[in-house]
Design a protein around this ligand. Structure first.
Ligand SMILES: NC(=O)c1ccc[n+]([C@@H]2O[C@H](COP(=O)([O-])OP(=O)(O)OC[C@H]3O[C@@H](n4cnc5c(N)ncnc54)[C@H](OP(=O)(O)O)[C@@H]3O)[C@@H](O)[C@H]2O)c1
Length: 381
């Protein structure tokens, strides 16, 4: 199990951690010197997205300086979890960074990178291959060259016998990162729940319908997890010890494994169980292509394929990374799931009352004696 050792950090900098983590595998002088220089500076690519917002908030709560990588800084600023400590922005379009040298300016002054960028559908130069494979490959090479840690968010189910180019590009991206020789780790979350995500919003909406129409072959199981837990896990992997070998690939999920139909039923706020309808396979597949063509709903050919196979973490390393059990999904309050009307708005990822006090942002705090930073970013989970 990963442990953070408080005493291992140099005099100027310390990690305080109420969860009892110890950094006993911290990788030596280089890390010590880097952290002693001041707060860790972390570039979160896709930092205004669903996962990226939560990663950014958790990193800020850990005392890191966060730089959000985005195609549109003004728009990204509005999307960040609020209230949020100030963070910097860098304009980045992944499809323009297919060469390691092109990353040099973007990585200037950065200690670690979290890559949360992903596209559901291709648009012009934003192809799956460029955004999920070639740019992350160049990024990984640049990070390896510069001694920068890279935490890459990928997905489960990439090794299944699938035909989706979306999934193939993510698999190729992973392979390139694995071959880069640097300080990387790959995170593969199962389906995410939480406020503010495009897919999560749809799943919550569909769960509330009286009829659940699903592809007849959607028999694969998922282990849905809370995006707040993922944000915290990503922050822990950024500030934690260097790892080597296969131990740096993390499949993360919630504690319950369900088919998508069971998950939707579990999330249904209705007192009467919704009616399950099996959509013929040919029709479900056709519908996925139509959705891809029209760019509507998160349902895509990639998702049609993913639903056919199990997408559960093997093993599930979320409890190991968090040092506690994951939050339940859906989060039940008094046996009733409450989705407020504001669920479609900006996520309000407050400390859950399911969390014991050891899971507060302070449990992740990163303090420098010279520049004592506030660990009270209120929006992290
Ligand atoms: N959501 C889930 O349930 C789930 C589960 C497992 C894995 N994943 C994977 O996790 C990744 C992120 O998912 P998410 O739900 O956070 O997606 P998201 O909300 O759509 O966020 C993706 C972010 O990527 C950035 N981006 C998109 N195209 C870009 C480009 N060409 N150059 C630079 N940045 C670009 C966008 O930032 P700007 O608009 O600010 O540029 C956006 O905020 C994806 O790869 C997804 O496959 C998601």
């Amino acid at each position: 199990m990963l442990k953070l050792d408080l005493s291992y950090i140099s005099v100027k900098t310390e990690i305080t951690d109420g969860t009892g983590w110890r950094m006993d595998r911290l990788g030596g002088v280089a890390e010590k010197e880097r952290h002693a220089a001041g707060p860790m500076r972390v570039l979160v690519l896709g930092g205004s997205g669903f996962i990226g917002r939560h990663a950014s908030a958790a990193l800020q709560a850990a005392g890191c300086d966060v730089v959000v990588g985005t195609r549109d800084p003004a728009k990204a600023r509005r999307k960040l979890l609020s209230p949020s400590p100030q963070c910097a922005f860098r304009r980045v379009r992944l499809e323009r960074h297919l060469d390691p040298r092109s990353w040099e300016a973007v990585l200037e002054g950065v200690d670690a990178v979290v890559n949360c960028v992903g596209i559901l559908r291709q648009r012009g130069r934003e192809t799956y291959d460029r955004v999920h494979h070639l740019a992350p490959a160049a990024l990984a090479a640049a990070c390896a060259e510069g001694g920068i840690r890279l935490v890459h968010v990928s997905a489960l189910g990439l090794r299944a016998p699938v035909r989706s180019r979306f999934l193939h590009s993510k698999r190729d991206g992973e392979d390139a990162i694995r071959a880069c020789g640097g300080d990387w780790c790959i995170v593969r979350p199962s389906l995410l729940d939480g406020r503010g995500g495009f897919g999560a919003r749809w799943i919550r909406r569909v769960a509330g319908w009286p009829v659940h129409a699903l592809p007849a072959n959607a028999t694969g199981r998922i282990a849905a997890l809370d995006v707040c837990d993922l944000g915290e896990a990503l922050a822990r992997l950024v500030v934690g010890p260097r790892m080597d070998g296969p131990s740096r690939e993390f499949e993360l999920g919630g504690l319950q494994e369900r088919s998508i139909g069971e998950q939707l039923r579990a999330m249904s706020p209705r007192t009467r169980p919704p009616l399950g309808v099996k959509v013929p396979v040919w029709l479900a597949r056709l519908a996925s292509h139509v959705c891809d063509l029209l760019h509507v709903t998160p349902y895509s050919f990639g998702h049609y394929e993913l639903l056919r196979f199990d997408n559960c973490p093997r093993p599930n390393r979320l409890p190991e990374v968090l040092g506690r059990l994951p939050r339940p999904v859906p989060a039940a309050e008094g046996g009733i799931i409450r989705f407020t009307s504001s669920q479609s708005k900006e996520p309000a990822c407050r400390l859950s009352r399911h969390c014991p006090p050891t899971m507060t942002p302070k449990s992740l705090s990163w303090r420098s004696s010279s520049t004592k930073r506030s660990a009270s970013a209120p929006t992290a989970c």
